[in-house]
Design a protein around this ligand. Structure first.
Ligand SMILES: Nc1ncnc2c1ncn2[C@@H]1O[C@H](COP(=O)(O)OP(=O)(O)OP(=O)(O)O)[C@@H](O)[C@H]1O
Ligand SMILES: [Mg+2]
Length: 248
């Protein structure tokens, strides 16, 4: 499959007090269309920084990110925002739903932001609610949902515009194991059935085991890559064994 997301020698240096922090120290990677890639690493290793750069939420100090053939570092702010809107969907640990909007309105948000009436996308919104199993809760407010349901709304919203890449930062970090597994099942299904390209950030090997390939990050560099292949059982043991061999 063609490469849909590419990072070339990404360096990210944050100012910190009088000094600086090197969050990323030369990260290169390529994700093929339809691939489900996990980024694993300890707290502070640079996972979220990587995801933000890969999705164009922030710019690298040096290096380049190419999303679906578009070099986002070369774009001005406005075109970067548009590219991000067209090409990426984001899911975060804290669902970031709009409390005053209904479930259906939250899912429709990407269309509203693009200046479209939600009514023009009713079919798509119904389809997304069915995908995440929330057709019967379309009129609910986020605070009337469980945490797992709220994350399913966030996932439906992230998938609304059929983004080239879905980026998820610890999407199960705020959920219990069973509820987290439901979200991971949905991610996996969207990769398997819809061909969705996914980059998942997690520190949890059980979550990373859903991916086709795991990039292990330490101190701002990609330390290693573990190829698991597409497997329906999501068995974490082979990954845990490989991580142990790497001393992780
Ligand atoms: N806005 C910022 N300003 C200064 N330093 C930052 C900023 N964001 C991140 N850092 C630093 O960069 C490094 C990498 O942070 P990052 O958030 O990418 O780690 P992470 O792997 O996502 O960690 P966690 O698992 O805890 O979410 C850390 O040392 C962090 O303190
Ligand atoms: Mg993080």
């Amino acid at each position: 499959m063609p490469v849909i997301l590419e990072a070339k020698d990404l360096v990210k240096r944050y100012p910190l007090g009088e000094g600086e922090v090197d969050a990323l120290r030369g990260v290169s990677l390529a994700v093929e269309q339809g691939e489900f890639v996990a980024i694993m690493g300890a707290s502070g290793s640079g996972k979220s920084t990587m995801l933000q750069l890969l999705g164009g939420l922030d710019l690298p100090t040096s290096g380049e990110v190419v999303i679906d053939g578009i070099s986002i570092s070369a774009l001005d702010e406005e075109h970067r925002t548009l590219t991000r809107r067209d090409k990426t969907g984001f899911v975060f640990q804290f669902f970031n739903l709009i409390p005053l909007l209904s479930v259906a309105e939250n899912v429709a948000l990407p269309f509203l932001i693009a200046g479209d009436a939600a009514s023009r996308h009713r079919e798509r919104i119904d389809e997304l609610l069915a995908l995440v199993g929330l057709s019967d809760k379309a009129a609910h407010r986020p605070d009337q949902l469980s945490a797992g349901e709220q994350q399913r709304v966030a996932l439906a919203r992230a998938l609304a515009t059929k983004p080239a890449i879905l980026l998820a930062d610890e999407p199960t970090g705020n959920l219990d194991y069973t509820t987290g597994a439901e979200i991971l099942d949905l991610l996996w299904d969207s990769a398997e059935r819809l061909g969705q390209t996914i980059v998942l950030v997690t520190h949890d090997a059980r979550a990373a085991a859903y991916a086709d390939r795991v990039l292990v990050v330490r101190d701002g560099v990609v330390l290693d890559e573990i190829v698991l292949g597409r497997r329906a059982d999501h068995e974490a043991k082979p990954l845990i064994r490989r991580l142990a061999e790497l001393g992780l």
